[in-house]
Design a protein around this ligand. Structure first.
Ligand code: FEO
Ligand code: CA
Ligand code: CA
Ligand code: CA
Length: 584
């Protein structure tokens, strides 16, 4: 164990010196810590997977290997030191995946489709605590790849609606694949939720758009040219909006995967609404209801929550949880309105209301049915005047305090006439984002009234507009564009960033939320060139910080032959990977 006062292996309790802002093409941890790559894009996941070979990629091999652009990270216990790592593969960077001239456009598209989705990978904690090793594929029966063609079941009130029926699926209840899975959440019943975010980019057409859906398409950015960088419709006509105007309604949902049952069919839950879902994080209310907090990541879009009709059954096990797997099918969907209490108190804060949109049987939005509200949730919410937020990303309850933390990553449009500044969104042209703290009245997650406060107004601490929970600004790390959040057992907040607008690389930061150190933002690690920090997750034993290094090398003009990054430096090109960081 390390020597020195305040130093420990426990990531929530230990002191560390923050990583200075930097531009290294590496994962750089605070002094005294180290990091290892756990698994990389292309590494084998399921039986029969070949080793990765950039020059000989196929859709069949991609479907058996770790996918591209790992985002959400969940780690669920098996037995002893064995765990299941569940990750999303949000999107693909073809310019960094394929040597120039080696693959046809059709081959690239088909490989990309298989490189999306999720992976379930058995990992084993090393005997010396902190690091993790992938279990050999032949000994890992839970391992699984979910790809762009894996069958999903649709449940909830919109399942089977005419808008979800296609030529290939007249039931409207069986969808192939999941795309743009961004953040997510591990449920109290041992499953993983994942948000289908910018799904519009997979659909387009050279023909006409179905005029029945003009408003619906427009509100989600679904357009004729929306897929100009992908053009998957040229390899699979279900992505053509003219040929199949309904396929796009089968995306934009929260999906649920049971990693403990590799034969289970993953589910798309229509009860949680359809928008650009960042993720969903579930807590159990005092009365036993499952409450999911969610963000819709678009400039000027909204915060949501869902409260289940039925109660969580704590007697079910992770292996047998038939009832708990139904909790997200019936309940009430809400959207948030935040009201400021004025600037005189010197803080950005106020009260808020969760506005009912619909239950599974009764819509509260005039002129829209239950199914209308669930399919066109943004259009429904627009009618009840929620607060337009600055790109709500991860929204997660703190398991220690019960307060909810939302990353509001940035919004260059804030201050325009359509989105004026308000107390919850106070910075015009918001480049660096906020972290919002929500306290449900009486701590009741099922209630409709809350108070709120901007815990962080991010940016350079020397910028007068910034705020760090009241902590002295000469003792904090600069932070920009918060995206994902996590918590340790001490109740500290961990924040990962995407798109640092201060000129440095993204990173992972720890922030105490109570006591004299509330607001002391300290950078724990930094990312390679061009990468965003995803995950993150503090392990149950508090010894390891997992992060997903997403899109290393993603910079304008970067290509496979001339990559901006070669991290993790095992090849001449970058490979998105999951990393474990821990005390050396
Ligand atoms: Fe995929 Fe909202 O980040
Ligand atoms: Ca105020
Ligand atoms: Ca994100
Ligand atoms: Ca992001």
């Amino acid at each position: 164990a390390p020597a020195g006062a305040g130093l420990s292996r426990n990531l929530g309790a230990t002191q560390f010196s923050p990583v200075p802002p930097n531009t290294h093409d590496d994962v750089t941890t605070a002094d005294g810590f180290t990091s290892d790559v756990v698994i990389r894009w292309g590494d084998p996941v399921v039986a029969g997977a070949p080793g990765f070979d950039a020059d000989n990629q196929t859709p069949e091999s991609a479907a058996k290997q770790f996918g591209y652009n790992n985002d959400y990270v969940g780690v669920l216990p098996l037995a002893g030191r064995r765990h299941l790592l569940v990750t999303n593969h949000e999107y693909t960077n073809e310019e960094l995946m394929f040597p120039a001239g080696r693959y046809s456009d059709d081959a690239k598209r088909k490989i990309a489709i298989q490189s999306h989705g999720l992976s379930v990978v058995e990992i084993v904690r090393d005997p010396e605590p902190g690091g993790y090793t992938v279990r050999p594929v032949g000994k890992a029966p839970y391992n699984r790849r979910i790809t762009g063609t894996t069958p999903f079941t649709v449940d909830g009130p919109a399942a089977g609606d005419a808008r979800l029926r296609t030529a290939a699926d007249p039931t409207g209840k069986k969808v192939l694949g999941t795309f743009n899975n961004c953040a997510g959440g591990t449920t109290p019943w041992g499953t993983v939720l994942s948000g289908e975010e910018n799904f519009n980019q997979y659909f387009g057409t050279d023909g006409a758009l179905d005029t029945r859906y003009t408003a619906s398409y427009a509100r989600l950015g679904i357009s004729r040219t929306g897929d100009s960088s992908r053009k998957w419709r040229l390899s699979d006509p279900r992505f053509d909006l003219t040929t199949e105007p309904h396929e796009v309604f089968r995306f934009g949902w929260v999906v649920e995967v049971d990693p403990y049952d590799p034969t289970s069919t993953p589910v798309k839950h229509t009860m949680l609404g359809r928008f650009k879902h960042e993720g969903a994080n579930v807590t159990i209310s005092r009365g036993g209801h499952a409450v999911a907090y969610m963000g819709d990541d678009e400039r000027g879009d909204y915060l949501y929550k869902f409260v289940s009709a039925e109660r969580f059954d704590p007697t079910e096990t992770q292996q047998a949880k038939k009832h708990n797997m139904t909790l997200l099918t019936k309940g009430t969907l809400y959207v948030a309105r935040l009201t400021g209490d004025g600037a005189a108190d010197g803080v950005h804060d106020g009260t808020g209301e969760w506005i009912r949109l619909t239950t599974d049987t009764e819509s509260f939005v005039p002129g829209m049915s239950v199914v209308d509200v669930l399919i066109d949730t943004r259009l429904a919410a627009d009618k009840v005047a929620p607060t337009k937020m600055d790109r709500p990303e991860d929204v997660e309850p703190n398991p220690v305090s019960g307060k909810i933390y939302a990353a509001l990553t940035n919004n260059t449009n804030r201050g325009n006439s359509a989105i004026p500044v308000d107390e919850a969104n106070p910075v015009a042209g918001n480049k660096h984002g906020y972290v919002l703290e929500i306290t449900e009245n009486a701590g009741d997650h099922t209630g409709t009234a809350f108070t709120w406060l901007l815990l962080l107004v991010c940016g350079d601490p020397n910028d007068a507009a910034t705020y760090f929970g009241g902590f002295p600004k000469d003792q904090v790390s600069p932070i920009s564009c918060p995206d994902n959040v996590a918590f340790d057992r001490q109740g500290n907040l961990w924040i990962s960033t995407d798109g640092n607008a201060l000129g440095y690389h993204d990173g992972l930061f720890r922030v105490p939320l109570t006591g004299a150190k509330r607001g002391q933002v300290q950078q724990f690690l930094s990312m390679p060139t061009g990468a965003e920090t995803c995950g993150p997750l503090i392990s149950e034993d508090q010894l390891t910080a997992f992060v997903a290094v997403q899109h290393p090398g993603e910079k304008g003009g970067s290509t496979f032959e001339t990559p901006a990054s070669t991290w993790p430096h095992t090849d001449a090109f970058p490979r998105p990977s999951v990393v474990a960081a821990y005390r050396a």
